[in-house]
Design a protein around this ligand. Sequence first.
Ligand code: V47
Length: 371
Amino acid sequence: MTTTYFHDPAIAGIAEKVAADERLSFDEGVQLFRSDDLHGVGRLADIARRRKHDKATYFNVNRHLNPTNYCYADCKFCSYFVKHNQDGGYTHNIDECLKIAREAHDQGATELHIVGGLNTRLPFSYFTDMLTAIRKDFPKLHLKAFTMVELDFFANFYKMSDEEVIEKLKSAGMDSCPGGGAEIFAKETREKICTHKTDGNRWLEMSGKVHQAGLKTNATILYGHIETIEDRIDHLIRLREQQDRSGGFQCFIPLAFYPPGTQLSHLPGPSGIDSLKMIAVSRLMLDNFDHIKAYWVMLGKKLAQTALHFGANDLDGTITGGGELMESYLVENRSDNEATKEEIIKLIKEAGFEPVERDTLYRPLHNYAAA
Ligand code: V47
């Protein structure tokens, strides 16, 4: 690759390694973030993205179910949770969960994304009963349920081994796990934003155990709050190492911090440029992750579309009717909370890529390139 396209000599050096498909180091990750050559960084990420996927860009038809917003964890970045002594809390009963699953099914969803608060007043059977009931009525709906933080909470609170928790939920219908709760692994920063929950090492350990049980999971980073560039690269490298060990991560989703309503509401949140870099650097550092998701709910549709040129190859789902958690961090225009399949296809095509509807496990269901 000719390096004269890059006005930052550091990026020109990294370009040689990207061309040779070589693993990037911690320092190179930091250099990518510190570079002012946004086009250069994006170009490298685009090369890595096209090497794996060419023009294919994935989306799915999904719906969120957030069973309860009661949570003891008190994360500083979260505007969704409520404590037991506060107003505004809810817990859906099984019939209400089934109603949401039915709506999802009737809207053509192939996936139900189930996450909620760490609620100390529910029995474990609430979760297994919920999965069992949904699985019975909607056997084809993929249940992407519970973050590593929820699984860790279940093991501690209900006094079960990790393996037992995973096995019981799997038997009840859990098909895979979403990537939430990772936030930022770096200890000092994590303790400032979410000191009461699962630490980084434990989050990674639980992922390994879920992978060992034969289920896929996703991974996330929450960025644009108080973390440093070094924290971000540390996070990516620890995920890359876990993927080397257990191999079950499907997709990485950088989550742009949305401050309103949180205990960090004085912060501005990440800029558009920072979000594009976060996506690009994720693609370049996570050489053993197939999929990088530009989550339009948090980026906004226009920036998510642009991110497809910065290493992302997935736009997440249509999310027809969001859960309460998603609604708490919808960006900018709060009516922008849904995207039809047609709209997602148009966003992808306009960006010059080929829309592929997928299931949760990235099996292609329909290629809309010619449509
Ligand atoms: O863990 C909470 C984040 C996550 C805020 O696996 C916030 O396919 C921004 O993990 N601003 C939950 N982010 C969502 C999540 C997710 C989303 C989409 C797809 C997948 C997947 C997973 O949301 C939490 C936390 O990191 N979050 N509050 C906020 N104010």
